[in-house]
Design a protein around this ligand. Structure first.
Ligand SMILES: Cc1cc2nc3c(=O)[nH]c(=O)nc-3n(C[C@H](O)[C@H](O)[C@H](O)COP(=O)(O)O)c2cc1C
Length: 170
């Protein structure tokens, strides 16, 4: 599968088969995060793979009771090991680094036939306490990971005209 096919085909999946995800596939997904770029190549990240049923349920509760998270065979949690660095442009480095890495991982998962769903609605303190994440670290995103149980429909997108312009901001 080429990159554009993955970008076009990926959808958020919120229903998963009761089927384990092979460890070599999980490793490939993690490898996509490991290889992704980061500011100054700092790689200040830690990706937690959660398979324990109780822990997954606790994560689903911390994610505003989005129960489908707890029903996936795996939940991935993307953490920044450091959150103080700010780029010259004023944006916090960790949020951008982790978002790039997690996006790569979700696309890699899609290529492997696995479904994911970026989860941004969660109580960070609760996720930290469930997983023993240190106070100086940040939890940026979660995603269930598993084989999709149902087909998903493509969500609409704005047209290129609406989101791109030539030379100047219009
Ligand atoms: C930063 C971010 C946060 C999101 N948070 C959630 C979430 O908490 N729960 C959820 O079900 N989907 C969440 N989504 C998924 C979006 O709803 C989804 O990507 C969007 O509707 C487009 O659909 P698609 O991913 O199928 O193309 C999130 C996506 C992003 C990028």
């Amino acid at each position: 599968m080429d990159v554009s096919a993955a970008i076009k085909g990926r959808r958020s999946v919120r229903s998963y088969k009761d089927q384990a995800v092979e460890n070599d596939k999980i490793e490939k997904v993690l490898e996509a995060g490991r290889l992704s770029p980061s500011a100054n190549n700092r790689q200040e990240w830690k990706f937690i793979v959660v398979k324990n049923a109780e822990t997954k349920k606790k994560l689903a509760r911390a994610a505003m009771n989005q129960s489908f998270i707890g029903r996936a065979p795996v939940v991935l949690v993307a953490c920044a090991t450091e959150s103080k660095a700010v780029m010259t442009c004023g944006h916090p480095t960790y949020a951008i680094d982790l978002s790039i890495a997690f996006a790569y991982m979700l696309l890699q998962a899609y290529e492997l036939g696995l479904g994911t769903c970026w989860i941004g609605a969660f109580r960070e303190d609760e996720v930290k306490s469930v997983l023993g994440v240190p106070t100086n670290a940040r939890v940026v995103a979660l995603s269930p990971l598993g084989y999709p149980a149902t087909d998903t429909v493509a969500r609409s997108r704005k047209s290129l005209d609406e989101i791109a312009c030539l030379e100047m901001y219009r």
